[in-house]
Design a protein around this ligand. Structure first.
Ligand code: CA
Length: 237
């Protein structure tokens, strides 16, 4: 038997999911990884637990009784900036949510492996900490200019033709990876490893859906698809 190693220093995760077996499996795995975990199983109780438990991250299912995950995300984010990892039923649901600009930091499509989930939770937490740290240090911005794009690497902000484009942390990291190798085809597996920290190619559709989101936000002319291989960043002439 392993004893519960959660301490007062553990990062807290609120798991919001109305399927009891999924909720319990996710909670058990996160607890085994050293997180403190609580479960909420409908919209109203999720908002309430977010207020009283003050989680460091919320794993949030979209379809919930009461009101849905989008509404939970809106209400929680209105009170306090907390990273949200959304659980979606299908990739097109992810695309829809990304398009709506729901304010989730990342999305994972069911069915997912527990290993994937833990990797995503850690990545989102790490990114959130990094973003908070850079927000605390208003030093001289490191500006990267690529055609119509301007990337402020310190503040993690992006402008296209002078207009600010709001990217999620995952979208920003994906763009960052692509622009470091302009004109070079990067495979989905490589992007998955660099951006999501996944060691295998099991979630390459996540790459596709985030590229789609980047194109929607930045314009379709910057990222070229090389069918069956991957993507490359092209600086327009
Ligand atoms: Ca559900």
């Amino acid at each position: 038997m392993t004893e519960n190693t959660s301490s007062a220093n553990s990062q807290r995760v609120l798991v919001v999911e109305d399927e009891p077996t999924i909720a319990q499996a996710v909670a058990d795995r996160l607890a085994a990884e050293g997180f403190a975990v609580e479960i909420a199983c409908d919209g109203p109780s999720a908002v309430e637990r977010a207020r009283t438990y003050v989680p460091d991250l919320i794993v949030l299912d979209v379809m919930l009784p009461g009101f849905d995950g989008l509404e939970v995300c809106r209400r929680v984010q209105a009170e306090r900036g907390v990273p949200v990892l959304m659980l979606t039923a299908r990739d097109d649901e992810t695309d829809l949510l990304v398009g709506l600009g729901v304010g989730a930091d990342d999305y994972i499509t069911k069915p997912f492996s527990m290993r994937e989930l833990v990797a995503r939770v850690r990545t989102v937490l790490r990114r959130f900490e990094r973003a908070e740290t850079s927000a605390d240090t208003p030093a001289a911005p490191e500006l990267l200019r690529l055609g119509p794009l301007e990337i402020d690497q310190k503040a993690r902000r992006v402008r296209r033709d002078g207009h600010e484009v709001h990217l999620t942390p995952t979208e920003y990291d994906l763009l960052g990876c692509l622009v470091r190798h302009p004109g070079t085809v990067l495979t989905r597996a490589l992007l998955l490893e660099q951006v999501w920290d996944w060691a295998d190619a099991s979630g390459t559709r996540a790459v596709d859906s985030h590229v789609k989101a980047l194109r929607r936000k930045l314009g379709a002319d910057l990222i070229r698809t090389v069918h069956g291989v991957g993507y490359s960043f092209e600086v327009p002439e």
